[in-house]
Each structure stands twice: as structure tokens, then as C-alpha cells.
Design a protein around this ligand. Sequence first.
Ligand code: UTP
Length: 306
Amino acid sequence: MSTPSTRPARKAVIPVAGMGTRFLPATKAVPKELLPVVDRPALQYIVEEAARAGLPEVLMVTGRGKASIEDYFDRTPELEAALEKKGDQSRLDAVHESSDVAQVHFVRQGEAKGLGHAVLQAAAFVGDEPFAVLLGDDIIDARDHLLEQMLAVQAEHGGSVIALLDVGRENIDKYGAVAVEPTADGGDVVAVTGLVEKPPVDEAPSSLAIIGRYVLAPEIFEVLRKTAPGRGGEIQLTDALATLVERGEPVHGVVFGGRRYDTGDKLDYLKAVIRLAAERDDLGPALRGWLRDFVTELPAEGASSS
Ligand code: UTP
């Protein structure tokens, strides 16, 4: 059984090798992680979150058709020279944001065999220390400090920590679901006693779903190597975590009550764009005014729109 680690997590792994089938046809040519949320790719928000949480070393697990992700985080000397020549400092700063935010490394997942398999590709980069996993299509609002809290829980208890969201029982069959017990920490920190990937609604242990933030003990790699394909024929990170729980390793959950957007889902993506744009100083005033008018013109649900 692992003891609380004296070494805090320093590295972040961001899997971005999935096929993004929910966002077809756009994702035939553009990785869903690069779809713009206002004017920056979803992935930029996620790398910034890792850097803010004190994890400046980032490994992205990419795959075929995802080379544009590597380009995005690289320098662009021609573009920078052109902007410099024009004296366009604000756009130059925006261009630098992507290459300066963190030290980004890449490894390929030859075949999209599931999230667990993607995480396993990070074993050599991570070594024998706890590390964070941030899903490349899951944005947590910058004002909500979920990852920082999870890192603190991991530093205190050791083992692994997962982010949980109450999605309501009717939606739980789209997620990894967990059984939990309260802890002495109280409030939003729970002990995870069981996990199951996408259970039927009537078999789900709770309405708490696993969302895209994890702080994992390095023991996960040894378990993942032995984890057989599960739900959907994919190697599931949820199944490997279930094995850790069965072995008596500590797995805690932090129940999130803040703002989260699954940008791989079309409706959530639209909500993210509208909310984040409406809150910005440059776009917000005009967008909010337009939205108010637009909403008053909308027909009631069920009414004819002609
Ligand atoms: P998702 O299940 O949301 O990704 O995985 P997906 O398979 O691309 O999505 P849909 O359902 O087909 O639309 C969550 C994260 O894990 C990555 C994805 O890129 C995404 O960031 N992932 C998933 C991998 O890196 N490899 C995989 O084999 C599967």
C-alpha cells in the first residue's frame, strides 16, 4: 500500500489521441482539442490550468491526424517576424502564449485503444512519482481551483485522487461511476470504494461521475499493463483504478461544484464559447446585449419557428 508521497506531483499528462467521433464531421480534419473556444483552442486553457497548478512539464499523448497540435505548441518564426514588422504587440503576445506557457513534450499512441492505454504511453516520462492527468477536451473554469485541491489531497493522503461531478442518475450511464464513503476531511473529499465504467442507470453505485482530472500514483502503470480491454473494447483507466481500490490502495475523490465544459460534446462546447465570451471585457458587452435581444425573440420550446 502506498504511503503519503513526500514528492508532490510535478508533471501533467494530457491525452489527446481520441477520435472525437461526437464532433464529426469537424473532427475529420481538426482535432477536437484544437476547436476554438472563443479565440483559443480548448487545449490552451488546459495547458494553462496545469501551469497554474504548478505543473509546468506537460506530456501530450497524440496520435495520427493530430500533428496540428504539435504545430500549435511550437514557435512560428515567420508569423512572429511579420507581426513584429507591423508592430502588432498584442497579437504577438497572443502567439507567444501557446509556446511559452509550459514545456510541452509529445508521445504517440499508435492506436486509440482507450484512455487507460493513452495514459500508459506516459510511463517513461512520468517515472516513479505521482502525476496529473488532464483530459484534452475538458475545461475547468480558471476561477475554480479543482486541480490545486486534488494535488493537496494527494500530497496529504498519498495514492490517487479523481475529480467527481454529480451528473444526476439519469445521465450516469455516459460516465465512469463511483461508490464513495465520507472521509474525516469532510465536505467534498470522499473515499472511493468502487468504480465502474458506463454502468446501466439502475446498476450505478451513485450519481457521481468521473470527470477529466486525475492525480495518479505511479502504481497505475503496472496495473494498466495488466488491464484487459473493457467497455467498448478499450483499455479503461476506470478499470485500472478499480483494481487499485480492490488492492487497498487509497483512492480519494474531490466532488466538484464549479464550472466545467466537456468541449468534446456539441452542446457543452457551445455553452463554453458563449459563457466565456460573454464574460470577456473585449467581447462581453456587445455579446451580452445581443444575447438578451436574441433570447427575447426565441420561440417558446415546442412552438413553430416559422
Ligand atoms: P473521449 O472518450 O472523450 O475521447 O476521451 P474520444 O474517444 O476522442 O471521443 P468521442 O467519444 O469519440 O467523441 C477523453 C480524452 O482521452 C483522449 C481523448 O483525446 C480525450 O482528450 N483519448 C481517448 C486518447 O488519448 N486515446 C484514446 O484511445 C481515447
